[in-house]
Design a protein around this ligand. Sequence first.
Ligand code: UD1
Length: 385
Amino acid sequence: MKLMSIAGARPNFMKIASIAKAIENYNNNLPATAALQSKIDHVLVHTGQHYDKKMSQSFFDDLGIPQPDINLEVGSGSHAHQTAEIMRAFEPVLLRESPDILLVVGDVNSTIACCLVGSKIQYTAESKRERPVIVHVEAGLRSYDRSMPEEVNRILTDSLSDVLFITEESAKDNLLKEGIVSEKIHFSGNVMIDTLKNHLKHAEKSGIKQDLGVSSLYGLVTLHRPSNVDSPEILKDLVDTLLTISKKKSLVFPVHPRTRNNLERFSLYSKLEESSDIILSGPLPYLDFLNLTMGADLVITDSGGIQEETTYLNIPCVTLRENTERPVTVDVGSNYLIGTDKERILQTTDIILSGQGKKGTIPKFWDGKSGERIIATLVSLNNNF
Ligand code: UD1
């Protein structure tokens, strides 16, 4: 079985790390007598959607992901430009490699671009199949907010996929509502949590707190959603809110490149820099960021993955969005879905900082074995593909 997986942007790398490890374990545990073709031949493609060392290579280093076999080096651009460039660069690679399985993860532009190419490709006559079986890991999540680029990517990727692995039970209902038959849906759990569990010990050893000069208890902040950081009014209100919170609890804020660009463009970066209660940094490597998350009293974010990671770690998370595609983090986890209203954010952080925050539990199958479940399922389905 030849399996091609796609990694493009930062949140993909943690998911691919779990898949790559599960494939390696599967191959290593085959009986010595097993035929060579029982092995899974894994081809890893990096689209180059994220390319800065801190947004990409550092994750490969920290997570021990094998170097990509192919890098499309596509880079940044508008949605149409980036998606189209990935498709153009990916098509000849897919034709040449003709994998049995094309596995995509998450909801970024690389996910839909490669999925779309895979669903329409026509392999050559010598190939044993016409096109790859398309597998989507982290299927069925829905915010029901189509102004989010990721929501469009999710809906399209799911509708084109042949095998859909879900992280939480709500995803199954979403997929069934869209007419996807239940035979295609498999509850595997969360591969992002596999990687988190595998790296907790390593992360404890990170010296990032000393490097950044973090001496007191702190809250951790991340912001990068276009809906929060591309509008000067919203971003200004959020900066004011962070400055107010920082008077009660110092904050550590690793700033995403999109956010940094906009903070500078709207003359807001200096306001944060001038505060002695906010420590700023650039994007951080995985282990350093996980170290900061583990040590935080609260996390303030608009990320999808961080809602899940804080739920696993049972750390109160204030999500600065009106909706979440990951409702289990609110229903059973430690996540609060708050939006961007200053008063609501302050009320919620006050509750958390007074020690009255809710105590979450860990969702079903977020147990570190999701990658293994996915590979076992694909191997057992392989005869029917
Ligand atoms: C992308 C994903 C988003 C994910 C996020 C994590 C889509 C639609 N969005 O958003 O779901 O949560 O990644 O970070 O795929 N840039 C750099 N260096 C890099 C990469 C980007 O400086 O290595 C800057 C560029 O100015 C670029 C901007 O960041 O234009 C945005 O990058 P892009 O990949 O378009 O989207 P993200 O906001 O990162």
